[in-house]
Ligand binder design. Sequence first.
Ligand SMILES: *Cc1c(COP(=O)(O)O)cnc(C)c1O
Length: 229
Amino acid sequence: MDAITKRWEEIQRKISEACRRSGRDSSEVNVVAVTKYVNRETTRRALDIGLHHIGESRVQEAVPKWEELGDRGEWHFIGHLQRNKVKAVVGRFTYLHSLDRLSLAKELNRRCEQDGRPMGCFLQVNVSGEDSKHGLKPDELLDFAREVAQMPYIRLEGLMTMAPYAENPEEVRPVFRRLKSLQSELREMGDPRLKVPHLSMGMSNDYEVAVEEGATYLRLGSALVGRDF
Ligand SMILES: *Cc1c(COP(=O)(O)O)cnc(C)c1O
């Protein structure tokens, strides 16, 4: 068994255990294989072993990979996206995990209309408040979500956050819990378009805690596909 298969089996086991501990069904938890640290061969290998969701965060590296492998799996753009790069993402990626400002939403809506297909979007929230992190402030979320919900070519899927790195992942549990409570606030606003089903949270270092707190999309790079560079 190769290294990536072994890691994938281990991760699936840990996800099942975290689901059991928190009374969840593991079929609710999707794994995005984040391939930004690996080359095309390793990305292909990830698809070969049945990983279906592929996550990339830089347009320049993502596009050549997509050109080769984009007809397999579903592609998630998870990194910060500049407005002038939206056209490279539309038509290739099915999901955007980092929608965090109106100018980006407008450009995305416009390009997706031209493409004739809506984009599944996660609103990125900077729950921890770190300066180094992109995302909406929690108190900006509701107004932003209401505006974006008016845009016909943006389909709201959920919320996304990145927790700060912590030696002990228990320390970031409150970050995940807060994202979950923001999702509940959105869902209670009475607009069906704001009843977002998903939470994109949990990375290599903290995904078990994220599962316990309700994650439906984990974004796993180094712990799953490893690093080629
Ligand atoms: C790189 C990255 C990940 C994956 O990071 P790992 O810690 O290697 O799992 C997840 N989400 C985002 C937004 C990233 O940029």
